[in-house]
Design a protein around this ligand. Structure first.
Ligand SMILES: C[S@@+](CC[C@H](N)C(=O)[O-])C[C@H]1O[C@@H](n2cnc3c(N)ncnc32)[C@H](O)[C@@H]1O
Length: 358
């Protein structure tokens, strides 16, 4: 299989196809212990769980042992550890991004917290037919909402004098579709997930192919409720996001975000206490080629928004470079428990040397 040109390259490693674990990273030379192998700052999408939004910096994910951060920007729904971080965050989001986060936050604040983000464990994942039907099922309403938003744009352009083919009835129908969408239950974390990915695509169109190059899951939704939460979020975002973003708010883009996130997200955890606090998760495309091993030879560590990957020991040319996908306590589990956990959380049967060797 030809590997995409969007995957990372380095004199220290090469990425090749394997028989049992998709692509994997292999040492292209002997690598002494502690060598910095890869540094990755391309955070494409992320979710900071709302319960942590006052304590974890929206830019660098800094955390001060649960203390509320100094700079709270209620309009966008994030707090920051310094003016520098708030400024960086605004630069990264851009003017349209700040407007978009403000629109989402305004919607979330007008509604009591709803539990649509919670997924019941153990329910079956929707198959491809159910997924297709769910997205097709909202398309008529989505088309009406898009027209309602275009009317809004044209009205603004004409200082409020609306002249859309003189069709007042049609306009009412369109606005009703929009209002109906906004009455549906909201899923704040799913909205954040989708918006962060849409903004990344809007602000970095040249890097979109890096996300597309990642291992994907064509059934990425946890259960039927989770799938419906995504299709409703699609309608919510169409209804409220700034007009320049609407061309990117499509079923295809939203599905691609979920399908790539499913196998490639890293937890964003506290840096102390063995990462016991889970703040959320993110997808760094260039960091997503290391396979898992229950006896890893590469250690990953987070420094703000950046992941660093260092050799955990001396590594010989040709060895596979692996990290662990397990968090602190999970690493102490038995082989069977680890296998079950990786199957449940990541969907694969661990084929690492420690698990397959007798
Ligand atoms: C972050 S990606 C790693 C890169 C991926 N192999 C690729 O081709 O892009 C995670 C996926 O790789 C595969 N994988 C990683 N570690 C594995 C392991 N120890 N055994 C089997 N499959 C593994 C699984 O399909 C998993 O969902």
């Amino acid at each position: 299989m030809a590997l995409s040109t969007s995957i990372p390259t380095s004199p220290l490693f090469e990425i090749r196809q394997t028989a049992h674990s998709g692509r994997a990273v292999f040492a292209a030379q002997d690598i002494p212990a502690d060598t910095l192998i890869w540094r990755c700052d391309d955070l494409a999408l992320s979710v900071l769980i709302r319960d942590y939004r006052r304590e974890v910096c929206g830019e660098c994910f800094g955390y001060e042992h649960g203390r509320d951060l100094r700079i709270r920007e209620a309009s966008v729904g994030f707090a920051f550890c310094s003016m520098g971080c708030w400024t960086l965050w605004k630069q990264r989001a851009g003017e349209v991004g700040v407007q978009a986060w403000t629109a989402v936050e305004t919607l979330v604040r007008t509604r009591s917290k709803e539990d649509a983000d919670m997924a019941d464990v153990g329910l079956p994942r929707p198959g491809m037919g159910e997924i297709r039907e769910a997205w097709e099922g909202v398309e008529v309403q989505a088309a009406l909402i898009r027209i309602a938003r275009e009317v809004e744009r044209d009205a603004k352009a004409m200082n409020g004098v609306v002249q859309i083919g003189g069709s007042v009835m049609a306009t009412k129908q369109h606005r009703r579709a929009l209002q109906k969408a906004l009455m549906q239950p909201i899923s704040p974390e799913i909205m954040s997930f989708c918006l962060s990915g849409i903004l990344w695509k809007h602000n970095n169109p040249q890097h979109w192919s890096r996300l597309l190059a990642l291992a994907d899951d064509d059934m990425p939704y946890l259960d039927s409720d989770n799938l419906i939460a995504f299709t409703s979020t699609y309608l919510h975002l169409l209804s409220i996001l700034p007009l320049p973003l609407l061309p990117l708010v499509t079923p295809k883009t939203l599905f691609l975000l979920s399908s790539r996130d499913a196998h490639n997200a890293f937890g964003i955890r506290s840096l102390e206490d063995d990462g016991s606090e889970y703040f959320g998760y993110g997808c760094w495309p260039d960091a997503s080629y290391f396979n898992h091993s229950c006896g890893p030879n590469v250690e990953k560590s987070r420094d703000g928004r950046v992941w660093c990957f260092r050799a955990g020991r001396d590594i010989r040319k040709g060895e596979e470079l692996c990290i662990t996908y397990l968090s602190g306590q999970e690493r102490k589990l038995s082989r069977e428990q680890r296998m079950n956990m990786l199957k449940e959380n990541w969907g694969f049967d661990c084929a690492c040397l420690r698990c397959v060797e007798p």
